[in-house]
Design a protein around this ligand. Structure first.
Ligand code: SF4
Length: 364
């Protein structure tokens, strides 16, 4: 574990913290957009170690959490069609939709299977030629290339019973939306590490250029995050805003070109429905015309009932950074990881689950 240890060195962490404390003089509000960062920040107690003038907010970077109830309802409706197998990442199964969940639909007889990758879903399609196998495609630019690869493979192998319900989302447009909403005033953004490994750092340049907000891409180890905060503080204190990378071992400014080409060959930019925000133009990925025969959204006839949110759940405003889980009256009372009311308590990257598991250690 030498590699990980290097990024958890307490002496280096202390030096970075000393520098952050010395340099940071003004009220500073940072948002981490990625749910993975939220978990890492809480797990390592980083909020507590920072000077009190630095406030950290969590943003909309948990793919399960931002999936709109209406989209989840569509997935549940698809699971009720005859001769259909639904395949999904595990967390999605437990998220309550408007009236049910995939887990309940499974208990009622639906053929719903947890997979670890879209490749697993393609295997299931290969093994079940008489069934329609639908993969519930969630996630950001990180997962979309792998799902694009399965569609190309299905085409190559002549697999005609494999479909994707593309609920994929892209990051930069939702960052712009959050900033334009103006509900939270930010000084700096901890840009996502895994997404940036695919898209690079250039797509965030509009943030310092148009909003005078510091941007630094971070990895997920404690030293990555502390270095990122140190770089953000440096930009904020000097009022020199730019996009920098504190995760050089994972992210190049130009991103991963082969992965971007793969994604672009199968998907095109489309609108996406975000929990708590609504439909954001050009913030999602739809299948290109050429691959529409793999599109679950257009190949099955379903009419889900109008969607509704769980009473009392404030996941939407938590995802916009306006509220924290502690603002929710159901937090730790009627909403717990064993009995989640909303997706932010289901997902391992959800803010509510993170506050629940690590909040005490972090003062949350
Ligand atoms: Fe929703 Fe539960 Fe989080 Fe409240 S604690 S916002 S009910 S997920």
């Amino acid at each position: 574990m030498k590699f990980v240890d290097e990024f958890r060195d307490p002496e280096l962490a202390r030096k970075l913290l000393d520098r952050i404390h010395r340099r940071s003089t003004r009220p500073t509000r940072l948002m981490e957009f990625c749910g993975g960062h939220t978990v890492a920040i809480f797990k390592h107690g980083i909020r507590q170690l920072l000077p009190p003038n630095i406030e950290m907010l969590s943003g909309p970077g948990c793919p399960v959490c931002v999936t709109a109830s209406a989209d989840l309802d569509r997935a549940i409706a698809l699971s009720r069609l005859p001769e259909v197998i639904i395949t999904s990442f595990g967390d999605m199964i437990r998220v309550p939709g408007s009236y049910s969940s995939l887990q309940k639909a499974k208990a009622e007889g639906g053929d719903i299977r947890v997979v670890y990758s879209a490749q697993d879903a393609l295997h299931i399609a290969r093994d079940n030629p008489d069934k329609s196998v639908i993969f519930i495609g969630i996630g950001f630019e990180t997962t979309a290339p792998t799902i694009a690869a399965t569609i190309l493979q299905a085409e190559q192998e002549g697999i005609n019973n494999y479909y994707v319900l593309s609920l994929h989302k892209v990051c930069p447009p939702i960052m712009k939306t959050i900033l334009d909403l103006g509900e939270v005033r930010l000084n700096g953004i901890i840009c996502p590490g895994h997404v940036s490994a695919i898209i690079g750092s250039y797509p965030y340049q509009f943030i310092p250029d148009n909003y005078n907000i510091a941007c630094v891409v971070s990895g997920f180890e404690p030293l990555d995050i502390l270095l990122c905060v140190d770089m953000l503080v440096n930009q904020i204190e000097s009022e020199q805003y730019d996009v920098e990378i504190a995760y050089r071992r994972g992210v190049k400014p130009e991103g991963n070109q082969p992965a971007l080409k793969l994604m672009d060959s199968v998907f095109e930019i489309g609108d996406a429905d975000w929990r708590g925000i609504g439909v954001v133009p050009s913030s999602g990925l739809s299948l290109r015309e050429k691959y529409r025969r793999f599109d679950a959204a257009t190949n099955f006839d379903i009419t889900p009932e109008p969607s509704r949110e769980a009473k009392g759940c404030i996941c939407g405003s938590i995802l916009r950074g306006v509220s924290t889980p502690q603002d929710c009256q159901l937090f730790r009372t009627s909403c717990t990881p064993d009995h989640p009311v909303g997706p932010c308590m289901v997902s391992s990257e959800g803010s509510c689950a993170t506050y629940y598991h690590y909040g005490d250690a972090d003062g949350g």
